[in-house]
Design a protein. Structure first.
Length: 359
């Protein structure tokens, strides 16, 4: 994409998204052509939104930059989940669980695996700081256990759900863990997350204050567009999945793949530039924000809007989750990576995808 076309789309897509949102009341959303156009605008808003988040992130620098990206991704993901939950109610009770589980699998196995494989293929071995990556993984394990595993074993309610007091505790605990991690990442131990010395840096000069403020405003417009258009398309998506007789978990995987695609590309570029620390910050930061911030939002929606919420994973997913965290712990234990580690993570990710479509 040429620089002029990219600059034009950076302004046009957010405005187009707001226009589509404004015309939503009169658009025949159930028409195939209209639904396809709205989905294209939605995808463009996600991609352009993350582009503007990258501009803001570049201005504020590391590790704040990866935090901006993670927060932007999380707002998009949480908006999509809540919109679909409000549209589907009982049929989407497990949507948050499926999406968050898919996010963990995509990031910990798919994104990390690709980064390790591509980086090692080019540089043989790469280094990162164990303190930062290890801290992120420990918080991620705790978040996953408290929000996705425990509901399958509690006895206050049936069907792998939390009672209202348990939901409140899970939401508060998730936010507290994520807030503490952000404090460690940006204040107390910021050096744990800074790139190693000697890493290649291919960044352009930081953007001006005027461009940064413009990108922030356009980022907000993209997020508003994503929330509104997702709510418009929610019934169409549910009907399409039902008509195709696809497993219900496919919806969660689709949401996770959609919102993580731009950040995955940024992490891969960093790995190929020998900035594996940045890749790790992007990957694990997104996973932590997805659970640490999405769970409180979903909990509030479930309680105040009286929406059913099924959080506990099933035995098959529990095995894959435990395998993922065990292998991730071994991968991050030395601070050095090679090709084999990437292949192992990618094979686990392939198993997750295969078993999702053929349970």
């Amino acid at each position: 994409m040429s620089s002029k076309l990219k600059a034009a789309s950076a302004w046009a897509v957010p405005l187009l998204g707001l226009a589509a949102l404004g015309a939503g009341a009169v658009l025949p959303v159930d028409h195939v052509a209209v639904a396809a156009l709205l989905f294209a605008i939605l995808l463009g808003a996600v991609l352009i939104g993350v582009h503007h988040a990258e501009v803001v992130a570049h201005r504020v620098g590391e590790p704040f930059g990866t935090l901006v990206l993670a927060l932007a991704i999380t707002v998009i993901e949480a908006s999509l989940i809540v919109s679909l939950m409000m549209a589907g109610e009982e049929s989407t009770a497990d949507l948050a669980r499926n999406t968050l589980l898919a996010t963990i699998m995509i990031i910990c196995n798919g994104v990390v695996g690709l980064c390790l494989l591509l980086g090692a293929a080019r540089y043989s071995e790469q280094e990162f700081k164990v303190q930062g990556a290890g801290a992120a993984l420990s918080v991620l394990i705790a978040l996953a256990a408290l929000t996705l595993v425990l509901p399958a074993f509690t006895t206050s309610t049936l069907d792998a759900t939390f009672s209202v007091p348990q939901l409140i505790f899970a939401g508060c605990a998730s936010f507290a863990l994520y807030a503490t991690f952000v404090f460690i990442q940006t204040v107390r131990h910021r050096d744990y997350f800074l790139p190693e010395r000697g890493a290649t840096d291919e960044h352009a000069p930081p953007p001006t204050t005027q461009r940064t403020l413009a990108s922030f405003g356009l980022l907000v417009a993209c997020l508003v567009s994503v929330v509104g258009i997702a709510k418009m398309l929610a019934p169409v998506l549910e009907h399409a999945v039902a008509a195709a007789k696809a497993p219900h978990a496919v919806v969660g995987i689709g949401i996770a793949l959609l919102v993580l695609l731009p950040e995955t590309w940024a992490a891969l570029r960093a790995a190929r530039a020998n900035r594996l620390q940045t890749s790790m910050n992007l990957a694990y930061g997104s996973a932590l924000a997805s659970i640490g911030l999405t769970i409180p939002v979903v909990v509030c929606a479930s309680i105040f809007l009286d929406l059913p919420l099924l959080l506990g994973v099933r035995p098959k997913e529990l095995v894959l989750l435990a395998l993922t965290f065990m292998v991730s712990t071994l991968t991050l234990s030395t601070g050095r990576t090679h090709v084999l580690q990437g292949v192992v993570h990618l094979v686990i990710f392939a198993a997750f995808l295969f078993l999702s479509f053929f349970p």
